[in-house]
Write a protein that binds this ligand. Structure first.
Ligand SMILES: [Zn+2]
Length: 292
């Protein structure tokens, strides 16, 4: 799933390639992906892309004041195409292609564009065509962006203060902090040497400062690594840069202990016991149920 660093990189990527170009047309292949009806997606045709920005994990293409807002969700991705002039029309219901955005041809006659794809059967990719991106429900509810200058240690202190939820869940909650998902919350907690189950309100001032540092450093480094990469190379880069997430059974880079996981109904978290939980493995309900 693309999180803040990958969406940030896609934003730069599209800014460089798409700004100044005219939208030739938009093909919505997966109808359920389009969450707005008025104005219709066809209204984007003929408009020029004037800017690309990011809100949390949302991509926002400004087309002369009409915005194409994209949320890639868990299994969505953006694929840039150098030339779509020969692309065949696609029929709904076949394959992972959800939306295709065709741009006007350049002087060389190439008509580039991009495609939004979504793997798997759970379709959560969402696209909005709106004059007011701040009115998109997921954007309207976003918490502060960790890359924004206003996200200070004091701001984080206000966020965790009195919050009785586990820190892992708090970090992933887009309404509390924008842009961090399952992968980077594992990475941040590993960098902060903190148990994912720790209750936010119990953090000391020193721990909040450490957590803030871990958030800024982890996301900043990931943005740095992803910067300038082509859209198609982002997934591999994200994977190779992760220290604990999805690395169950492998040795921890920092201490050599074996990375463990805790499974939930539809996700799992990974952590290093020595670095994060005083060497004690966390209870995994699913695992203990299997052992009974
Ligand atoms: Zn470790």
């Amino acid at each position: 799933m693309p999180e803040l660093p990958e969406v940030e990189s896609l934003t730069h990527f599209l800014r460089e390639r798409a700004v100044g170009r005219t939208v030739l047309g938009i093909d919505v292949v997966a109808f359920q992906a389009l969450k707005t009806f008025d104005p219709p997606a066809t209204a984007l045709g003929g408009l020029t892309i004037t800017g690309v920005s990011r809100h949390g994990k949302f991509l926002d293409l400004d087309c002369d004041g009409l915005h194409l807002v994209i949320h890639l969700a868990r299994a969505g991705w953006l694929r840039w195409r150098d030339d779509l002039s020969g692309a065949k029309p696609v029929r709904p219901g076949k394959g992972p292609l959800a939306v295709r955005v065709r741009l006007a041809p350049d002087e060389e006659g190439l008509a580039p564009g991009f495609e939004l794809t979504e793997a798997g059967t759970q379709k959560r990719l969402a696209v909005y065509v709106t004059k007011n991106p701040d009115g998109v429900p997921g954007i309207a509810a976003l918490g502060p962006d960790p890359l924004d200058g206003s996200f200070t240690v004091e701001a984080l202190k206000r966020i965790v203060g009195g919050n009785r939820t586990q820190i892992k869940g708090l970090l992933r909650d887009q309404k509390i902090i924008a842009g961090i998902g399952n992968a980077y919350s594992d990475e941040v907690l590993h960098a902060a040497k903190m148990s994912p189950f720790k209750i936010a309100a119990t953090l000391t001032d020193a721990q909040i400062a450490d957590l803030h540092e871990a958030i800024i450093t982890t996301l900043g480094e990931a943005v740095e690594r992803a910067h300038g990469l082509a859209a198609k190379d982002l997934k591999a880069e994200k994977k190779s840069g992760l220290r604990v997430h999805n690395r169950t059974g492998q040795p921890c880079d920092v201490c050599g202990d074996t990375i463990r996981e805790v499974s939930f109904a539809d996700s799992s978290l990974q952590y290093c016991p020595t670095c994060q939980t005083g060497g004690k493995p966390l209870a995994d309900r699913r695992l203990s149920r299997l052992l009974k």
